[in-house]
Ligand binder design. Structure first.
Ligand SMILES: NC(=O)c1ccc[n+]([C@@H]2O[C@H](COP(=O)([O-])OP(=O)(O)OC[C@H]3O[C@@H](n4cnc5c(N)ncnc54)[C@H](O)[C@@H]3O)[C@@H](O)[C@H]2O)c1
Ligand SMILES: [Fe+2]
Length: 376
């Protein structure tokens, strides 16, 4: 038995930011980062909120920390908002979710809830019940999960992503691709999550290169923005896998962009999940067959299901290169010796990550160390 749940009302399309005017907000806390706070989008948010009293907390940095969430809670207590608006990529969105969760735990949830305005097409945090917050001592990315953390409303306006540089469009798009593909093979997958993962895959494979190459192509941007939310609805109602577990451990340790780490890991983890024995000439595993189905849906052709599954991994490697993402961790600037020394810690972090149990193959510590070594 499975449950499929979407708690967020979605407004999408060019101009959808104007729906902010319909909320009737009187006192608003905007949670964002120092870059987004200075963009024309922030000006547009102010315009659409009319006479509402607005407090801006712009102290969120990529991969938000417990300290940043605490500072946001202070801003919340001082401003006493009826509406919280999260503006930015996954980091401000996650920070805002954690801030609202703390407020709710104290019986002080904002009356109109949380409105998420994603400015990247990647995390999908605007529709999920997850928030990722980094702790220190030890340095770990903690995945917080709670039904009431899903934003009440998400506004998917592609205009908001127009300023996203090519490298970030690439990184975040690969995050969305990873969400769709990890959801599609995880142990908790179901017909409903599959539907969203399949559609998201088609949109991402069909548009990621254009979105990177043509930053002003709003149609490609809109497709990527929608796909990111769809992939998130899929994984929020199924699960992820060890691309994310390893990526969380690497991100906490080396501070590289989440989506770029996923991109380096994705095809190698897919080959691991497809299985060393059954992924051979005598038949393919169920996981490999599902990769073959995605390959078929995105228009790849091959003479056998096995070759189709292989073609999907090859296509991901091709796209990764085409959009300028290196294929190794050292290529991302991580020192090889430091990486080697960190492997036991990284493996320990990945093993206890909440994304590991739904991975279709339960990995051993050696498996995880082997995957990290392969992509070093
Ligand atoms: N909650 C979830 O369900 C979920 C899922 C996946 C990832 N995450 C988390 O999301 C975070 C990553 O989020 P992200 O990749 O969206 O990026 P981010 O929020 O960390 O932002 C990365 C950088 O991009 C900049 N940026 C954002 N939007 C921009 C725009 N439109 N134009 C120009 N610059 C812009 C930001 O200022 C920042 O410098 C990680 O912490 C990850 O763990 C959460
Ligand atoms: Fe992710």
């Amino acid at each position: 038995m499975t449950r499929f749940h979407i708690a967020t009302t979605i407004h999408q399309g060019k101009g959808s930011l104007s729906h902010l005017a319909d909320i009737g907000a009187q006192r608003v806390l905007v949670v964002t980062d120092s870059f987004m706070a200075t963009t024309p989008t922030m000006d547009a948010v102010r315009r659409h909120l009319g006479r509402a009293e607005i407090t801006v907390y712009d102290g969120v940095t990529p991969d938000p920390t417990v300290t940043e969430v605490s500072a946001g809670v202070e801003a919340y207590l001082v401003s006493d908002p009826d509406t919280v608006i999260a503006l930015g990529g996954g980091s401000p969105l996650d920070a805002a979710k954690a801030i609202c969760k703390v407020a709710a735990e104290h019986g002080d949830a904002p009356k109109n809830g949380l409105v998420a305005i994603p400015s990247t097409s990647g995390s999908g945090s605007e529709v999920t019940t997850f928030a990722v917050v980094t702790s220190h001592n030890p340095t770990r990315k903690m995945v917080l999960v709670s039904d009431d953390m899903a934003p009440a409303m998400a506004i998917l306006d592609p205009e908001v992503t127009r300023t996203l540089p090519k490298s970030m469009t690439a990184d975040t798009g690969m995050d969305a691709m990873t969400h769709a593909l990890e959801s599609y093979v995880c142990t908790e997958r179901n017909d409903f999550s599959d539907a969203f993962a399949e559609k998201a895959s088609q949109l991402i494979f069909g548009n990621i290169e254009t979105a990177c190459r043509e930053p002003d192509n709003l149609e490609a941007r809109e497709r990527m923005h929608n796909a990111s939310a769809m992939a998130a609805m899929a994984f929020d109602n199924s699960g992820l896998g060890i691309v994310h577990s390893i990526s969380h451990a690497l991100g906490a340790r080396f501070g590289k962009p989440h989506g770029r780490l996923n991109a380096v890991l994705l095809p190698t983890v897919m080959e691991f999940n497809a299985g060393p024995v059954t992924y051979g000439p005598h038949g393919i595993s169920e996981v490999a067959d599902r990769y073959a189905h995605i390959a078929h849906l995105i228009g790849l052709e091959a003479s056998t299901r096995r070759n189709l599954a292989l073609a999907l991994c090859a296509e991901i490697r091709r796209i990764r290169t085409a959009i300028g993402i290196p294929d190794t961790l050292t290529g991302l600037g991580i020192d090889k010796a430091e990486l080697k020394a960190a492997i036991p810690d990284l493996v320990a972090g990945a093993l206890e990550d909440t994304c590991t149990p739904p991975n279709p193959v339960a990995p051993t510590a050696d498996d995880l160390a082997g995957i990290i070594a392969k992509v070093s």
